[in-house]
Design a protein around this ligand. Sequence first.
Ligand code: SAM
Length: 428
Amino acid sequence: MTKTGDKWQWIIGDAPPPLDPHSKVKHQLVRDYLYKYIGVLMANEKIPRLKLTLVDGFAGGGLYTDGNGIAPGSPLIMLQTVKEAEAYLNATRTQTRRAVEAQYHFVEPNPSSFEYLTHTLKAENYGHLIDNDIRLYKNKFESVCADITAAGVSHQGGQRAIFLLDQYAYNDIAMPTVRNIFQNLKGAEVILTFNVDSLLTFLTDSKQFHSITQKIGLEHYINWQDIARLKAGSHWRQMIQRQISHGIWKASGARFMTLFFVTPKGNRPWSYWLVHLSNAYRANDVMKTVHWEHGNSFGHSLDGGFFEIGYEANKDIDVTSQSEMNFTETRAFDDTLRSKSVETLQDLLPRMIYSNPKGLLFNDLMSQIANQTTATEKIVKESLHVGVASKEVQAVIEGGGLRAKGSSIHGTDILIPHRQRSIFLGHL
Ligand SMILES: C[S@@+](CC[C@H](N)C(=O)[O-])C[C@H]1O[C@@H](n2cnc3c(N)ncnc32)[C@H](O)[C@@H]1O
């Protein structure tokens, strides 16, 4: 290995680079997300096979040094996780096997790291798959993205594809490239790393930063005139983060997004985001579940419970002078956030339901609020429990009957205001 700045290069014969704590968290997330998502897509036992395209757009050399041992990099993690998920799907089956037919695309432009990756795949017994199910590209991701997307289309099966775009900083992926993925591959998802701190620290209303942000497709989302004023204030990072997160979401063209900081336990500062973009609500929910499961390793600086993606002047303390608008600290996905989310949603969801007197399908409610809450579907159901149990809200089962508990609500249930109560309460 050699290191230039904060960038590693893999060299055959040398020890692989050390696995830093951030990457460890990221690897855990990729592993858990992929495993869970395969489980969700294959939840119906009658589905015999899942076709999946897995792209590692910034693959690296495939191995790390971790303490005294060796740890897999993201390409091996993808391969191993699919194997494990497939074994689980077949664990109790005696007859026909269920299969995950994955095609892998690994991209690494650095010649030495590319050779190392090829060598690693062969050493780990994946050599026979190279040029078949595993395609390797010694290129920059952007130059092969269209080819990979086309291969994903021809792999069929709902065109399900996960693109892991683990760039070092923030400027190796242009948002229009991400948008193209979504436009051309209907089942695509993107997991993107974005080192927001290294952008924000030096960001000024200058030719240099206009050019950088234009290149990555985010220039229009930054309120340039405001930067100097915001930077003189106390919470400028959060303010500008809101503009950039909003930009990533809008420019990607994806319907759903989670965007949270990755931070290993006790490790500060909060420097980079792990962004998940998808058009499938279920994918968004699975990603949130994984964030909660690794609660101390992820953080957010948004309102607990409910938030808007994007800049909100009414939340700008330097504009409003309302210091009680407390969304300035970055916090973990912990019990405090969970109770705050339940508390906020307990108040807010009945209001949403009362403003839909004809009823609101639970699935539609979830799609409407997915980008505005850190809460998973499970937490939302928990938040509805008080309303359902007190009959303030009724969850009507498709085909008849009412739910007695929030946790039993199904996606196809229709949430309606309690008729008599809505007459008494009028507008909430
Ligand atoms: C953070 S490392 C990837 C680590 C890998 N995802 C893992 O977790 O095991 C980033 C890699 O991207 C490669 N890289 C740099 N610029 C790139 C580009 N434009 N397209 C694709 N890969 C690039 C670097 O050579 C480096 O190996």
